[in-house]
Design a protein around this ligand. Structure first.
Ligand SMILES: Cc1cc2nc3c(=O)[nH]c(=O)nc-3n(C[C@H](O)[C@H](O)[C@H](O)COP(=O)(O)OP(=O)(O)OC[C@H]3O[C@@H](n4cnc5c(N)ncnc54)[C@H](O)[C@@H]3O)c2cc1C
Length: 387
């Protein structure tokens, strides 16, 4: 199915789509089944995304070693990679969006100089630690603390659900720096080799299996004061800003999943499967499943690419990002479920790719803020427009 490039893509956008499309088909696709079944990250391939394919640093300036491109470019990469494997793409996103983009736009120059080069070339894998066992949606309720002692901060606490937790060398970690003040959060660059850092339980998940999700434990970890990112107590602004591009790229992943589900069901119903002497595509109810899926996909895709035009590091677009995520994630679940229905019993087996599409799609309604949180945020932003 055509990808319908939207909103006047530049030559860079077109080239990026072609590159990631070919990469997804030729390199990502062949490893999907093996790593889904092993429930292990293809770590070598994630590193090659930097060392061989130069696909890290999309949204950071060329003078810092990146591509100097916009949010649309990031959406293109996440959509194309997710067409083949959303699980691998989530680990890519944690490294590229939650760490690289976040660090570059929030950190002072010496931290950028030290930590950006090894993550761009894939020497080090990275992630971001915000959620906790007792604080997910209620992120301001986090209990991890960083107490200043001389030229160090002493970090204590437990982080939950951390993508790339067991393979990451660097983490951007959020912690409370003033007792009793919900807004007083700071972020730190923490290395996994430091004393007091350990990796806890690795989750066994329904989907997104190749991407490791782990608990991280911090016991009196001594973080040099120079590794405070931005201002003390000032992390909330860049945390919220980075959540916007995270939500947008998670929405892009939903678009990739839905496009794959559509391709699979259109081909299966039109060419592969017959019943009662006709192709499945001749039956009205099958036509309805496919047509409904297609129109929902096109609508969400338009919203996601329109939102990408607005998201940038210098302004806030929380309403658009939340709406794009809410729309695209619900759409992807609907479309992946419809694909299973079109495939009948075969769709429910692991022999065909559509069951994995649904397992993976469901995570996107939870990670980066649940759909209920998106509804809550949308309503708050809409109310603010009338005050
Ligand atoms: C595979 C995976 C990877 C992840 N990767 C990362 C990562 O790399 N880094 C990171 O920091 N986090 C990560 N997360 C965490 C993710 O962002 C959280 O799971 C998510 O924000 C929800 O938090 P929670 O799981 O604690 O659910 P809860 O906050 O406990 O929510 C449970 C339910 O209650 C609802 N709810 C909660 N509050 C409200 C409210 N006020 N109004 C209405 N409904 C409400 C929620 O919508 C949900 O339905 C990951 C999660 C998963 C599953």
């Amino acid at each position: 199915m055509s990808t319908f490039d939207l909103f006047n893509p530049t030559d860079d956008h077109k080239a990026l789509r072609e590159l990631t499309h070919d990469l997804a088909k030729g390199v990502i696709e062949p490893q999907v089944k093996e790593f889904d079944e092993k429930e292990t990250l293809n770590e070598a391939l994630l590193r090659r995304m930097g060392s061989e394919y130069n696909l890290f640093g999309i949204t950071i300036p060329a003078e810092a070693g990146g591509h100097g491109l916009d949010a649309t470019a990031s959406v293109i990469v996440h959509e194309e990679l997710s067409y083949s494997d959303a699980a691998f793409t989530l680990s890519y996103l944690a490294h590229e969006v939650l760490f690289v983009n976040n660090l570059y736009h929030a950190a002072q120059q010496p931290l950028r100089d030290k930590y950006i080069p090894p993550v761009l070339d894939g020497t080090a894998i990275a992630g971001m630690a915000m959620s906790e066992p007792g604080a997910g949606t209620d992120v301001l309720g986090m209990t991890t603390t960083a107490e200043k002692k001389g030229d160090k901060y002493i970090l204590n606490g437990v982080k939950q659900w951390i993508t790339n937790g067991n393979v990451g060398r660097y983490f951007l970690v959020y912690a409370r720096t003033e007792k009793g003040n919900r807004q007083a959060l700071s972020s730190f660059l923490v290395e996994s080799t430091w004393k007091g850092f350990s990796v806890g339980k690795k989750e066994i998940k329904m989907g997104i299996r190749q991407s490791p999700t782990c608990q991280l434990i911090f016991e009196d970890v001594e973080v040099p004061a120079d590794n405070l990112i931005g201002a003390e107590h000032g992390a909330l602004t860049h945390m919220m800003r980075n959540l916007e591009i995270e939500r947008l790229t998670l929405a892009a992943m939903s678009i990739g999943i839905a496009r794959r589900a559509l391709d699979e069901m259109i081909r299966y119903a039109s060419l592969d499967r017959s019943a009662f002497g006709k192709k499945l595509a001749d039956f009205g109810q099958i036509q309805q499943l496919i047509a409904e899926s297609y129109s929902r996909y096109r609508a969400s895709r338009a919203l996601v690419y329109e939102t990408a035009l607005r998201v940038n590091p210098n302004s806030r677009e929380s309403l658009s990002a939340a709406a794009a995520k809410l729309s695209a994630t619900q759409m992807a679940e609907y479309v992946a479920r419809a694909a299973i229905q079109v495939f009948g019993g075969y769709g429910y087996t692991r022999e065909y790719p559509v069951e994995k599409l649904l397992r993976d799609a469901i995570l996107l309604s939870i990670g980066g803020g649940t759909n209920e949180a998106m509804q809550k945020n949308i309503m708050k932003d809409l109310r603010d427009t009338i005050s």
